[in-house]
Design a protein around this ligand. Structure first.
Ligand code: ATP
Length: 477
């Protein structure tokens, strides 16, 4: 559904969810800003994750580590040597591509022309060559498939080269002994290097977890599909430290637990699936992705990885500090094994927007048809929970509305609006996903009640003014 995706992107901009970064300067590629409703939605999803990780588990605590880390961190983690993608340039257009994206794009085109078998064969060969790091073979594959550059229309390709995805900068004054440091490409390492600090100060016993939400930076080459692949994005990661030998049990636990987290948002279960990794990173002994069915197909939103003792052992080796745990139950010292859950906050916002977006025809009383765009965002993460709408700007209705705002705003986000007719105000609230609108009309002065209109069903009911706050709270938890 490419048209739907375009509609979602336009809607996100028009209604204050997501803007291109530095738009007045024609934008910065693959960097985005969240507007008023986008930042609320994002914050609500972040909070839902944070609370379900830290508050709902006795044995998980959070941290907030810095983006800058000692450069040796990235030597130890393997990012300096391995965090790279094979790239190829077109000599005529000077455009650079990630090899896998270039080939995948061609496979999509073949599929579009009805050649599904050709597409599958191409991707299978690509996977083999990528796994073998056979760059000459990848170039040959691109040439044999006669893949041309979209801009120049030519197949005049350079050799395939590795390109590290980390951004680097200088710490300290450049003239003196400045050292090159990186913007973190993942949040996980801030957790690993703090393993002992947290374990000791929070008095944690294995098994336990450390959660973190924060920005990560990757110099993605082909940044496509709106906020699906960004150069600056936010991750929500949790590293769970376990006794060696118990990791598969915990891996299966977290795999299910994380799927349940997604399902609890309330979208249809058939929009999600697991995708097991066939080719594992050398340090992992199990890995699975949770994929969501975006308008452009099933794509990864979260990874659950069993990382063995790789990260802590590497940091132990490079720092010379012991990163071990004494397990009093078995009287043994060991480097804990780790199960990681890593979810992209921006990708989650994107799938919530895509899945919530609907264009609907609604019958009018005179028999003609009207239409609306509605975001059926799950109420608990909706940016605004309640719109408070006085029917007119006079007769004391705004005052009653203001009092209701005052009563509710500490408990949840409410929004006051008195401009335009009530139908238009409902449409605007539909378009930003507000689940409930309370209208204060002339009758309110007599019966001390308001009409609450529900976003999805568009049904209306009378609710006493004194009960509105609890009524909305109950339905947006
Ligand atoms: P991909 O294969 O899509 O590049 P990845 O396997 O490199 O992703 P991880 O390193 O496992 O991703 O990162 C964990 C999560 O962080 C991903 O599931 C995704 O939701 C998010 N993420 C990773 N890269 C980006 C990006 N460039 N933009 C937005 N989110 C990202």
């Amino acid at each position: 559904e490419p048209n739907k995706f375009q509609a979602v992107i336009s809607h996100a901009k028009e209604y204050g969810f997501i803007f291109q970064s530095s738009e007045i300067y024609d934008g910065l590629s693959a960097v985005y800003d969240y507007g008023p409703w986008g930042s609320e939605l994002k914050k609500n999803i972040r909070e839902y994750w944070w609370n379900s990780m830290t508050r709902m588990h006795d044995n998980i605590v959070g941290i907030d580590a810095a983006i800058f880390m000692h450069p040796t961190t990235w030597k130890a983690s393997g990012h300096v040597d391995n965090f790279s993608d094979p790239m190829i340039d077109n000599k005529d257009s000077k455009k650079r591509y990630r090899v896998d994206h270039l080939i995948e794009g061609h496979a999509d085109a073949l599929r579009g022309e009805g050649d599904a078998a050709g597409a599958d064969a191409l991707l299978a060969t690509m996977d083999q060559l990528l796994a073998a790091e056979d760059y000459a073979g990848l170039k040959q594959l691109i040439q044999d498939a006669k893949i041309v550059d979209a801009v120049s229309g030519t197949a005049n390709w350079t050799d395939v080269r590795q390109f590290n995805l980390m951004f680097s900068t200088q710490l300290g004054s450049v003239a003196e002994d400045a050292s090159e440091i990186y913007l973190r490409p993942e949040t996980a390492q801030g957790i690993f290097v703090n393993f002992l600090n947290v374990q000791k100060t929070a008095r944690m016993k294995v098994p336990f977890g450390i959660a973190q939400v924060g920005k990560a930076f990757r110099n993605e080459i082909v940044a496509r599909q709106f906020t699906f692949r960004m150069r600056e994005f936010e991750q929500m990661e949790m590293q769970f430290f376990v006794r060696p030998g118990s990791e598969m049990e915990w891996y299966n636990y977290w795999k299910q637990e994380r799927m349940n987290w997604h399902l609890a948002l309330g979208f249809s279960p058939d929009r999600y699936r697991f995708h097991d990794h066939v080719k594992l990173a050398h340090y992992a002994n199990a890995a699975v992705d949770i994929e969501f069915d975006f308008p452009f197909g099933f794509k990864e939103v979260e990874g659950i990885h069993s990382r063995t003792d790789y990260d802590l052992s590497q940091h132990q080796k490079y720092s010379g500090k012991k990163l071990q745990y004494f397990d009093t139950e078995i009287n043994q010292n060991y480097v804990p094994y780790v199960i990681e859950t890593s979810i992209g906050l921006d990708r989650t916002v994107l799938y919530v927007l895509c899945e919530s977006y609907a264009e609907e025809d609604i019958p009018k009383e005179d028999g003609s048809k009207d239409s609306r765009v509605v975001l059926r965002i799950p109420p608990r993460i909706a940016p605004i929970k309640l719109a408070v709408l006085p029917l007119t700007k006079k007769d004391g209705l705004p005052e009653i509305a203001r009092d209701l705002m005052k009563e509710c705003r500490e408990d949840f986000y409410c929004f006051y609006e008195e401009k335009d007719n009530i139908g238009k105000r409902y449409r605007r609230m539909d378009a930003i996903g507000t689940p409930f609108c309370a209208t204060i009309d002339h009758q309110t002065k007599e019966d001390q009640a308001v009409t609450i209109r529900e976003r999805d069903s568009m049904t209306q009911q009378r609710v006493p003014l004194s009960e509105v706050r609890e009524w909305v709270k109950l339905r947006t938890r």
